[in-house]
Design a protein around this ligand. Structure first.
Ligand SMILES: [Zn+2]
Length: 104
């Protein structure tokens, strides 16, 4: 995957840009890595596998997603990406809602 693609890729959830974290590269090209949405409130991320960004929903990715996460387990946890973006986002939003109205 060429890094210039970052200039045109946008997050399907919130239209923000992505930040690329490369796990493995060859000839300056990202072979495996993750695209993470720059919007902190969004939290979406997508795998880059064999040089191709996989911007699909978790249902469409199926087994590929769990295999990808198993393969890159240590890097994923360093980035704090333990669940797929959509799931994390849902969790974050419910946490926000739970926090509303709590005494300070
Ligand atoms: Zn986003």
């Amino acid at each position: 995957m060429h890094e210039w693609i970052l200039q045109i890729l946008r997050c399907p959830q919130c239209s923000s840009r992505f930040e690329l974290t490369t796990f493995t590269s060859r000839d300056d090209l990202t072979v495996n890595g993750v695209l993470v949405c720059v919007a902190p409130e969004c939290g979406s991320w997508f795998p880059v596998h064999r040089g191709v960004p996989r911007m699909l929903s978790s249902q469409l990715m199926g087994d590929f997603l769990s295999e990808f996460m198993d393969e890159h387990n240590s890097q994923m946890s360093l980035l704090g990406l333990s669940d797929f973006g959509e799931t994390t986002q849902a969790d974050d939003m419910s946490n926000v809602k739970l926090g509303v109205g709590l005494p300070h």
